[in-house]
Design a protein. Structure first.
Length: 294
């Protein structure tokens, strides 16, 4: 699955009536049939209104703007940055964070993808403007470093707007390059890296990890903490690691991810999370982990 060849799809980005965030935006392919050739292409959910599909940007995970009713610090900043970077201006949101209007209404774009995530979203690199020049619609290509650096994905990492989040399906050369970009951003304490508290934080309630006064943590861990807190309100009495194991064992939600640490040891997420009273610790270097694609 971690092969370096990606399918080129030409089309347009669209946001009006949608709820984009810092690592996900909707795309209307010029040739929808090309989606069928992607790994797990049968899972793609296409809008009946405008034939758009929800993308998941490869290699990054931006702070949440709307995980149910909950959000993270800096989520809006990551979303607004992405919209500006791809070319949308004068974006107006309603109270539910749905775009009411934007200039222009759509943006020509090229995406490169080889597969679809379990939620039906093509995992893609996004190029706009002349960054996609020379790429033929429908071709299978390798994404060389120079063009990779011009993707919205890499630019988001370079600006510190998102966390590096790698999967085993991410081609190895891309992992190396994206890790270097994220490392440089972290060394400069850009964006999320200036305030990240994933290594050790207090988890008392949702306010602990949500605006306006909560701490910023890895989005994948934020989502699991949020669900854990809800189950705790419903009577769950164990720790966060206990919860990760239990809900995964029940088969209801695969929350206890398999993780490669340092490219070698494959462990469960629950083994990397430590909890003492209301203190949560996450030991691994965030740039040194790779999640096993389900």
């Amino acid at each position: 699955m971690a092969v370096p060849f990606l399918r080129v799809l030409q089309g347009k980005l669209t946001v009006v009536g949608k709820s984009p965030d810092g690592d996900s935006i909707r795309f209307v392919p010029s040739r929808p049939d090309l989606l069928d050739d992607l790994y797990r292409g049968d899972r793609i959910r296409t809008s009946r209104v405008d034939a758009s599909v929800q993308l998941r940007l490869e290699g990054i995970d931006a702070p949440e703007t709307h995980y149910g009713r909950d959000a993270q610090p800096r989520g809006d900043a990551a979303r607004d940055w992405l919209l500006e970077q791809v070319g949308f201006t004068d974006v107006v949101f309603d109270q539910s964070a749905t775009v009411q209007s934007a200039t222009p209404a759509t943006i020509p774009a090229t995406i490169l993808s080889k597969g679809v995530d379990p939620n039906g979203r093509p995992i893609a690199y996004v190029l706009t403007g002349d960054d996609g020049d020379g790429l033929r619609d429908g071709a299978w290509v390798q994404l060389e470093t120079a063009r990779l650096d011009r993707t919205a994905n890499a630019r988001s990492l370079a600006a510190g707007l998102s966390y590096l989040t790698l999967y085993t399906s991410t081609p190895a050369p891309h992992r190396t390059r994206l890790r270097k970009i994220a490392s440089d951003a972290r060394e400069a304490a850009k964006g999320v890296w200036g305030v990240d508290e994933t290594a050790m934080f207090r988890l008392v309630d949702q306010a602990s990890i949500s605006p306006p006064n909560g701490v910023l943590i890895l989005p994948k861990l934020f989502r699991r903490c949020t669900d854990y807190l809800k189950d705790r309100q419903d009577g769950f009495r164990g720790t966060l690691p206990d919860w990760l194991v239990e809900v995964s064992a029940s088969g209801s939600r695969p929350e206890d991810d398999q993780v490669l640490v340092g490219g070698r040891a494959e462990v469960r997420l629950s083994s990397l999370v430590k909890q003492l009273n209301d203190r949560i610790g996450f030991a691994p270097d965030l740039l040194d982990i790779v999640f096993v694609e389900k």
